[in-house]
Design a protein around this ligand. Sequence first.
Ligand code: NAP
Length: 490
Amino acid sequence: MTNASAPAPDSALPLDMIIFGGMGDLAMRKLLPALYMAYLHGNLPPSTRILSTGRQHIDRKAYLAHVEAHSRGFIARENFVEKTWDGFLQLLEYVELDVQGAPDFSALAAASRPGAERVFYLSTAPSLFTTICDKLAASGLVDANARVVLEKPLGTDLASAIEINEAVGKHFAESQIYRIDHYLGKETVQNLMVLRFGNSILEPIWRAPNISSVQITVAEEVGVGSRAGFYDGTGAMRDMVQNHLLQLLCIVAMEPPTSLSPDAVRDEKLKVLRSLRRFKLADIARDTVRGQYGHGVSGNQEVAGYLEEKNVPPDTSTETFVALRAHIDTWRWSKVPFYLRTGKRMARRSSKIVVEFANPPFPLFPGAPGGVANRLVIELQPEEAIKLQIMAKEPGTGMQMQQVALNLDLQSAFQQRRAEAYERLLIDVVRGRLTHFMRRDELEAAWEWADPIIDGWATLGEKPHAYAAGSWGPPESFALLARDGFSWVE
Ligand code: NAP
C-alpha cells in the first residue's frame, strides 16, 4: 500500500538505524531477524548501518558474538544464507550508552554519519523515552529526516500516554513518529482492508442488521514466563486489549477511508475509537470478565498457576484474561456486540476475528443444523487464513444442509513469500510510510475508553475469576456470550 502524505525520506542519504535496547530480547528475537530478512530481500538501502546501543561494556566483536548466539536462531532455516548473514553483520555497530548515566549522546553522535537519515528505534522501557528524546535532540541528532519508532506499552493510562506523547512530540513532529502495533503489520490484517474496500460485495452487508456480532480473540498458550515483573503491573487489559484488540476492532469497524494516506486511514480508525460506548460501573460488572490462570495442563505439561509464577506478588489481582462486550455507537454498528477476548495460558495460541452474519429470516430447509449459517473467519495466528462459512446442500436425495468453508487459500493463490509483521513494518519505517502506525490521538482515544474499565475494576474490588491453565478461560466468559445467544468460535 502506498501512503502519499508521509514525508518521503531522502533516499539519497545514508540510513542509520539506531536501536536503543539493542541487546534486549525484542531486538534479538524480532528486530534483527526482521532487518536481516529486509536485507536478504534487498529492502534496506545499500547505505544502511545499524547502530545498536546498550549499557554493557563490550566491543563490536563481542556484540556480534551476542547476536550470533541470541538472534541468528530466530531466522527460519530456509531463509538463512550464510553469506548474506555475514553481509548483514557488516552493517552492525555497537555503541555503549547508558541513556540515564550519559550526560549527553556524544558517543552516538560520533558514530552516526553526518547528514544521515536517522531512524531511532526505542526498544526500551517507555520510562526512558523522555530522556532518550531529550538527549538525542540536545546532541543534534534529530533533524527533519529523522524518525522515531516507539514500542508498546505506550503508557499505562491516558495521563502517562499524554506524558510520553508530549515528551516525544517536543522533538519529533507527528509525521516523524511511528507508534508500532505489530498486529497492524500482519498480512491478514492488511488484507482485511483489501477484502473490505477492494471488493464491492462485502461492503453493502458489512453492517447491522446483516452482521449480528463480531468476535476478536487473541489467545496465548504461554504463561507470564520471566516477564512477571513487568506484567503484574500491567495486566491483560493494558497489555493486549487497549492496543492490539482495539486496533483489530478498528479495522473491522472503520468506514471506507477516502484514500490510503496515513491520515485518511487513521481518521477513520479514530472515529471508531471515539464511538466506542463508554462503560459505566454497572456495564463493567455486567459486560466484562477478568480472569487469572490457575494451575493446569498446557501442551501436555503440568504448569503453574499465575500466583505460583516467579516474581508474582502473593495474592495479586492482576488479570491474565479479559473478555468483554463492547458497542460502537454508530448507525452502521447499532446493537451489534463486539466481543473481545484475550488471555494467557489458554488452550492454544490462536488469534482470530469472527464476523457472524444474521441467519436467514425463516428456516426454509427442514433439519437445518442450527447455529450460525454464515461466518467470516479471519485467522491471524498461528496460521494466517480467511474462511467464509456458508450453508451447502449435503449430497443425497433430501435437502439436508451442512456448514462448509469457502477457504480463501492465499498461500496457493500467491506464490510470493509472506513477510513477518516486524519486517513489513520496519520496511515501512525505512520508506517513511505511516499508514500502519498509530497516531497520537488514536492512542489517547484508546486509553480514554480503557481507563474507566480499569478504574471500575479497582472500584468494584472483585478478584479475577479463576481458570485452569490450558483452558479457554473462566466460565463467566462463555456466559457473557450465551446470554445474547452467541458462543465463542474456537
Ligand atoms: P529487555 O530485554 O529488558 O531489553 C531492554 C533493553 O533496554 C536492554 O537492552 C537494556 O540494555 C536497555 N536499557 C535499559 N536501561 C537502559 C539504560 N539506562 N540505558 C541504555 N539502555 C538501557 O526488554 P525487551 O523485551 O527487549 O523490550 C523492550 C521494549 O519493547 C519494552 O518496552 C517492552 O515492553 C517492549 N516489547 C517487547 C516485546 C518482546 O517480545 N520482548 C514485545 C512487545 C513490546 P542493556 O542491554 O544494557 O541491559
